[in-house]
Ligand binder design. Structure first.
Ligand code: WT7
Length: 647
């Protein structure tokens, strides 16, 4: 059933130049003549100095390094704004929809975007920001968040966006890791009618950081906050004092554009670093290929700017392509489960791009919330962030899209910059649950545990065999960690951390992470991060965290906690631990289950056998499911875990 084929709808097969044959031919050429293909593609950007070379990357340990278009010079903000002014200054660049539907949307043309970004850039300069400085952005989903990113890009400062749902502790860690000297925030954020105390969180975080000299504060709600004289500046006051023109700094293609922290299987979050030329080219090209943007369309990616999806598909990709991009402040299901479709209706959105977890949550509310809203403007539906189950895919396709809209299931990662495996609306027959085929220049392979390349229909570890322009360049401040994490498991290849199946038609089906990373509502979470937060609690001796199946979130967080010898398990303590993790990391890390465990299953060398913990969390507790436990130091701990399983 799940392998049913949905052919390209008639309205998409005509009128697009990207056909099935062209897609295949482009892909073949991009691999056979990479230099030629990419130097040609580079012309989609506006260069101060066009590059003479494309790919100069190597995944090999000896001369490891990722480099694209290295002798090219350009500016990202000029590419996203200035170059459109001659022909489309009065076209809408950004439409902003507020959290509260009774409030008025804000609209910015490219000319207005230019003025706002120039002024913001001059404010940053006034605050002492220089090329190469790290600027932390901790913002709600308001237009000023996009201005902030583009303003940093304009002056060559490196932005590091921290999701507004992260705690002061998590924010402090990310500020310190990249030694930021400026923070951009707002007084408060709003989501689903609730206020988020962003500025207060920044104040709290800065008690633990000494690198920050200035905090630029956007007045978003007007709520009362503290301002520290000499350190904190109101954006609106500063903006009024500066020029509306700011020259765009010429940047080398390999100068850093941004850092974005993401979770790995071990240790603290990694600062994924992306650079200027390759990243922008990749975001812009894939935005065009996946969403077939045409002038006049209103394109909506319903992500948050705190994640890479917001960077590449709300800001950089669409604006580089001169598109109208819709930014939404709130939640998909507030005030009612119709809201997401009402936002699309209000702004006549052509594309809606969201996450499977959102679809599963809305599906449960019943079809009326969808069908009661006019969806005739919608022509394309996108998904990202986690594998989409065929049931949600079919609902999205038939109920939301009335069977007429292609579902663009984009597989990629913070590390890959933008989409790697995805359909193109006019060129790809769809299969529910499959991200389909690789983008140009992407050479996926499936390898077994020993790194042997598997052919034809097969299942194994998904790796990418060569570099592509939007690939991350390093882990900020830790180049060796970059190599070790991604290039040492299967030498000469980029390891994605995902498992995948390839079918007889060459379609890819992502099966999920194969490492200790879990995917909660499309958000990536390192089990080690949650464990570190738990063991910081005074009652906890040891913790082990695994993913568990969850109807809406995809995966939930299941934590096994061993208390200190003098502590007694109680319902109260369970709640306190859950709350503790929320405050340490943020609400997205809230454990769904805490099970008190007098002992964890360990090998004689002390390694926790997570395989067993995962099985118990999944409710698979038969001896066959649990497998061989004879290598455990104390096999009886498993009986206790099974007997006290929660759920
Ligand atoms: C991980 C990356 C992609 C931007 C948002 C998340 C999973 C992502 C899909 C998809 C199956 C997917 C993978 C990947 N993932 N998109 N379409 N189908 N799985 O970025 O936080 O870096 O997470 O999300 O497991 O490795 P991220």
């Amino acid at each position: 059933m799940s392998e049913n084929l949905f052919p390209v709808p008639a309205e998409w097969s005509s009128g697009t130049s990207m056909t099935k044959n062209r897609r295949a031919a482009d892909h073949a050429r991009s691999l056979d003549d990479g230099e030629g293909y990419w130097l040609e593609q580079a012309r989609r950007l506006d260069w101060v100095t066009p590059p003479s070379r494309a790919n100069e990357s190597s995944f090999a340990e000896g001369d490891f390094g990722i480099k694209w278009f290295a002798d090219g010079v350009l500016n990202v903000s000029a590419n996203c704004i200035d170059r459109h002014l001659a022909t489309r200054a009065d076209d809408v660049a950004i439409i902003w929809e507020p959290d509260d539907p009774s409030e008025t949307p804000r609209i910015f043309t490219y000319r207005e975007l230019h003025e706002n970004v120039c002024r913001f850039a001059n404010v940053l300069k006034g605050a002492g920001a220089k090329k190469g400085d790290r600027v932390t952005v901790y913002m709600p989903m308001i237009p000023e968040a996009a201005f902030a990113l583009l303003a940093c890009a304009r002056i060559g400062a490196i932005h590091s966006v921290v999701f507004g749902g992260f705690s002061p502790e998590a924010l402090a860690g990310r500020i310190t890791d990249c030694d930021s000297n400026i923070v951009i925030t707002a007084d408060e954020g709003r989501r689903g009618g609730k206020k988020v105390p962003l500025k207060t969180n920044v104040d709290e975080a800065l008690k633990h950081c000494n690198s920050v000299r200035k905090v630029i504060v956007v007045k978003a709600t007007g709520g009362a906050i503290a301002m520290e004289p000499g350190r904190d500046l109101w954006l609106d006051e500063e903006t009024a004092k500066v020029s509306s023109e700011c020259p765009a700094e010429p940047m080398s293609a390999e100068d850093p554009l941004f850092i974005l922290y993401t979770s790995g299987s071990t240790g603290k979050p990694k600062g994924v670093l992306h650079t200027t030329g390759g990243y922008l080219l990749w975001a812009s090209l894939t935005h065009e290929l996946c969403f077939d943007y045409r002038p006049g369309d209103v394109y909506w990616c319903a992500a948050d700017i705190g994640w890479v999806t917001g960077h590449s598909y709300i800001v950089y990709g669409p604006l580089a392509n001169g598109a109208t991009t819709l930014m939404y402040e709130g939640l998909p299901n507030w005030p009612t489960p119709s809201r997401i479709w009402q936002v699309a209706e209000r702004h006549k959105a052509h594309t809606v791009f969201t996450a499977p977890t959102v679809l599963r949550a809305l599906m449960k509310e019943g079809d009326d919330f969808v069908t009661s809203v006019d969806r005739s403007s919608i022509r394309l539906l996108g998904t990202v962030g986690e594998p989409i189950n065929p049931e949600a895919w079919r609902w999205y396709h038939s109920v939301v899209g009335e069977g007429r809209c292609p579902i663009i299931d984009t597989w990629w990662q913070t590390e890959t910059g933008a989409a790697m495996i995805a359909p193109m609306p006019g060129a790809t027959d769809l299969k529910p649950g499959s991200a389909t085929l690789p983008m140009p220049g992407v050479e996926p392979q499936i390898v077994d545990g020993d790194g042997k390349i598997l052919d034809g229909a097969c299942e194994g570890n998904l790796v990418i065999a060569r570099s592509w322009p939007g690939q991350m360049r390093t882990v900020y401040g830790d180049h060796d960690r970059f190599f070790q994490t991604y290039f040492s498991t299967f030498p000469g290849k980029y390891t994605t951390g995902d498992g995948a199946r390839r079918d007889a038609d060459g379609y890819y089906w992502i099966t999920g992470r194969v490492d200790d990373v879990i995917n909660v509502s499309g958000h990536r979470m390192g089990t080690a991060e949650v464990e570190s937060a738990l063991v910081l609690h005074e009652t906890v001796a040891e913790a082990a965290v695994v993913g568990m199946p969850h109807d809406i979130k995809g995966q939930g967080i299941y934590a096994y906690v061993t208390l200190n010898a003098n502590e007694e398990p109680s319902e109260e303590l369970r709640k306190a631990l859950i709350k503790w993790v929320r405050t340490e990391i943020g609400p997205i890390a809230t454990p769904d289950v805490v099970q008190f465990a007098p002992g964890l299953p360990k090998t004689r060398s002390g390694k926790i056998m997570r395989r067993i913990l995962r099985k118990i969390a999944e409710g698979e507790v038969s001896p066959q499911a649990l497998g061989d436990t004879s290598t455990l130091a104390d096999p009886s701990v498993v009986d206790n875990l099974v007997a006290n399983r929660v759920g």
